[in-house]
Design a protein around this ligand. Structure first.
Ligand SMILES: *Cc1c(COP(=O)(O)O)cnc(C)c1O
Length: 412
């Protein structure tokens, strides 16, 4: 069977032209290992979009196998041999039925089906493929769980050594998963940005490559495939709104970039979904900055929420998140942990879809938005279930039967 990977040959260049500083626009060469720009801001990969327009049609795409590599013209990997893949499948859009809240279609993009059970696989697959191309041998990252799990898996597969720092209350299953997949993992008595500082310090001594969110340019390119995929799955129509659980914001920024690139190649028009950044009330720096009309977000003190993936007190891409939200006529919204738990239980019981807390937060935010009139009941919305609900604590199941006693089936 032919795969998307077979079609990337050593001779065929990609369409990457350069890297660009997301704050100053300064350009730098693409084919060299890179972290932040000279100004200390995230770097974005830029492509020759007119050339993509001339060489790729929607029909070409439609014939390719259903994984992220089908979008290779929009991706930075130059040689198939560098690709590190664990099977990054296109994820389904599952419509809510019994837990839908109005006449509008509510689609859950179920990212739990990706390798290592979360959408972190998209970004990490790209970052590690590029690291392999550049000959990186050691990597490090701070994580609240899922990014580290993906990093461990892809690095082990690529033969890259990896050191990972987690806040000490990271769900045990994530930490064990990271260790089982071959990484050197440490629990740290601090939050994710403090773990990030350790990576920065260790990097000086050990020469690790820093794979932190937005501190290298390629994870965002992998996350961008969510936007490409969504548009293609909806027949090159974008939805009215996207509810995205926002931590570091890679996915939100990446999708926004995807829509811009898709318009430039003529695959979609100028309509954009409203980008809704969903956060937890216990850690909502973007919501606070959005409401205050600010361009940057101050560090959130005493961050606390059960939705670990969005417990990010400070994000280096804050201005990119806020810009995308504002340009899309979207907004940032916070939901309480109680509402997150209620949302998860509700969707699981009524629709058989066990969302992770971060995914459930998007449902809670959608419900709150409808109530507050921020979303029209007829809008077609996409919620992101970004990880498997099985990676998190669930309420205990305690009912027992004793086989030595007669069983009263009428009462079961
Ligand atoms: C990382 C993560 C997020 C946040 O994604 P960003 O794109 O970094 O904002 C949300 N939910 C889960 C489960 C995550 O692992």
């Amino acid at each position: 069977m032919s795969t998307n990977l077979d079609n990337l040959t050593a001779e065929r260049p990609t369409f990457v032209t350069h890297l660009e500083c997301s704050a100053t626009g300064e350009r730098q060469e693409a084919d060299r290992i890179a972290n932040l720009s000279r100004a200390g801001k995230p770097l974005l990969v830029r492509y020759d979009l007119p050339a993509i327009r001339n060489s790729l049609s929607k029909a070409d795409l439609a014939r390719r196998p259903p994984d992220i590599w089908r979008y290779r013209e929009f991706l930075p990997v130059r040689k198939a041999a560098d690709i590190v893949s664990l099977g990054e499948v296109m994820t389904p859009l599952v419509p809510l039925k019994n837990s839908a809240l109005g006449p509008g279609e509510v689609l859950v993009k179920d990212e739990s089906r990706l390798p290592t059970g979360s959408f972190k696989a998209r970004g990490v697959a790209l970052a590690i493929s590029m690291m392999r191309a550049f000959g990186v041998t050691e990597a490090a990252m701070p994580t609240n769980g899922n990014a580290g799990a993906a990093l461990a898996a892809y690095c082990s597969r690529a033969g890259i050594k990896t050191t990972i720092f987690c806040p000490e209350d990271t769900p045990d299953i994530n930490v064990r998963e990271i260790q089982a997949q071959g990484a050197n993992v440490y629990l740290v008595n601090g939050l994710i940005d403090e773990c990030g500082k350790l990576v920065g310090q260790g990097r000086e001594v050990r020469g690790w490559f820093d794979v932190s969110t937005l501190k290298e340019p390629y994870r965002i390119e992998g996350k961008k495939t969510m936007g490409l995929e969504l548009a293609e799955q909806l027949g090159w129509e974008v939805p009215d709104a996207i509810f995205y659980p926002t931590g570091g914001g890679t996915g939100l920024i990446g999708m926004w970039k995807a829509f811009e690139e898709l318009e430039a190649v003529g695959f979609i028009g100028s309509k954009r979904p409203r980008m809704v950044a969903v956060q937890a009330s216990g850690c909502a720096p973007m919501v606070k900055a959005f409401d205050a009309g600010e361009e940057h977000a101050a560090r959130w003190q005493n961050a606390s929420t059960i939705a670990m993936g969005i417990r990010v007190p400070q994000a280096i891409g804050d201005f990119l998140i806020l810009r995308a939200v504002r340009e899309s006529n979207g907004y940032a919204i916070a939901v309480d942990d109680d509402d997150i738990v209620d949302a998860r239980d509700n969707v699981a019981r009524k629709d058989g879809l066990l969302m992770c807390p971060e995914g459930a937060a998007t449902y809670a935010a959608y419900r709150k938005s409808l109530r507050e009139g921020r979303i029209a009941p007829g809008d077609r919305v996409v919620l992101f279930n970004c990880a498997s609900g099985l990676k998190y604590d669930l309420p205990p199941a305690i009912k027992k039967l004793d086989l030595r006693q007669p069983i009263d089936f009428k009462r079961l």
